[in-house]
Ligand binder design. Structure first.
Ligand code: COI
Length: 392
């Protein structure tokens, strides 16, 4: 029983973070367990990426300048004031990462340190007090270990981990709140675009903008996604799966697909847009670049005009396009439309690099190959009751 092991808090003071009780080497949190698991109502043979949430969630509050009272409680609704600042002015950030059941039975969380860093950067942009990486990772270890039965074991499936922080102070002023809630929920999922055969189709958006220089495009904040819904509906109405975002200034350069980053194979080079503040710094994007370089492939992070893609298609040098994201993993693209131009690609060809990259990433995530970059955080669980993490 861990109910007394409640010592963990972080104080936040003018931008500095101090682990007050650093004597604890293995962090653990009070746990209030559910009376009865809901796992039996989940159809694990037909997982989606939607609304199956596991039994427990992590919660921690920010009050009086400190992150306090970290704990694990049953997943469920909670109260919030109608005046809460997140509901009005959107002061909220989130993350997305995955835990896997390895082929050796171990639980692996993929690159949580990168998500912790990105969350810190998102918090900084939205004036939210940051959460320490140690708290972030320990909370995920404990939660995933406790709900380990919810981790699916089929290839391509995982327990999606969704951390989120939002402003709870009720106030009508447009200002940074003085109270927040940090939650982590989890959901058994399969890949985001797993239903699509022949690759997904993208419509390059010539009018609407996802992000502009100096904005919040690099931060994982809900507003970035809310603004894509209207044009996203237009893409679907025109027969496409997703919107391919162009730059916000001229609508000439490719940026990202709202749910993932984008890669093009032009000639012998893999090209992806650079991280210049308007696109999400994807963890899978980073992993793909590393794996491509490991294979000796040529990679370029540079601005790419949509016209260059069309021209490469016409002269035959565009051979492959794929998206990379935590939810999407590696998703081949079969069609891109920009105004009157339509590019069709064979997204099922066996020699595609996207297939090798998919296997390369999933093999690391599931422990099928050696994790030479040290990306996995292995969570060992005892009897489903608790977990402690070691990095192997
Ligand atoms: C993720 O890939 O984790 C994301 O957050 C994308 C999401 C909007 C499905």
């Amino acid at each position: 029983m861990r109910a007394n092991a409640f010592h963990w808090f972080i104080s936040y003071n003018s931008g500095s973070r101090i682990a007050v009780d650093s004597a604890l080497t293995q962090h653990s949190f009070p746990v209030t367990r559910i009376d009865r698991s809901r796992i039996d109502i989940v159809d694990f043979d037909n997982l989606g990426f939607e609304d199956d949430f596991s039994d427990h969630m992590f919660r921690c509050e920010f009050r009086d300048g400190q992150w306090i009272e970290p704990q694990i409680v049953p997943y469920g609704a909670f109260q919030i004031y109608p005046g809460a600042l997140c509901l009005h002015y959107g002061q909220a950030v989130f993350e997305g990462l995955k835990a896997f059941r390895g082929i050796d039975g171990n639980i692996r969380v993929f690159r949580p340190d990168m998500n912790a860093e990105r969350l810190r950067n998102s918090c900084e942009r939205l004036c939210i007090p940051p959460v320490d990486e140690e708290l972030f990772c320990s909370a995920i270890d404990e939660l995933v270990g406790l709900d380990e039965k919810w981790i699916p074991s089929k290839r391509g499936e995982s327990l999606y981990v969704r951390p989120l922080i939002f402003a709870t102070e009720p106030n009508l002023q447009v200002k940074a709140a003085d109270r927040y809630l940090f939650l982590i929920i989890t959901s058994p999922v399969k890949e985001y675009f797993s239903e699509r055969t022949g690759g997904i189709s993208l419509r390059a958006e010539p009018r609407y903008t996802r992000a502009a220089p100096g904005g919040t495009g690099f931060a994982k904040t809900g507003g970035n996604y809310a603004g894509t819904l209207r044009p996203g509906e237009d893409s679907i109405a025109q027969g496409f799966d997703q919107t391919l975002w162009l730059d916000g200034l001229e609508h000439l350069y490719v940026e990202e697909v709202g749910q993932m980053n984008i890669f093009f194979r032009i000639g012998d080079t893999f090209v992806t847009p650079p991280l210049q503040g308007t696109i999400l710094p994807g963890v899978t994007r980073n992993s793909v670049l590393t794996l491509l370089k490991d294979r000796g492939e040529k990679c370029e992070e540079r601005r790419i005009r949509i016209e260059e893609i069309i021209e490469a298609h016409h002269n035959g040098s565009l051979t492959e396009v794929f998206g990379a994201g935590t939810a999407a993993v590696i998703t081949p693209v079969g069609r891109i439309a920009y105004q009157d131009e339509v590019i069709d690609l064979d997204a099922d060809a066996p020699e595609l690099m996207s297939k090798r990259l998919y296997d390369g990433i999933v093999d690391i995530q599931t422990g099928a190959v050696e994790d030479v970059h040290g990306w996995n955080r292995v969570v060992t669980s005892s009897d489903g009751a608790a977990a402690s993490a070691k990095v192997v």
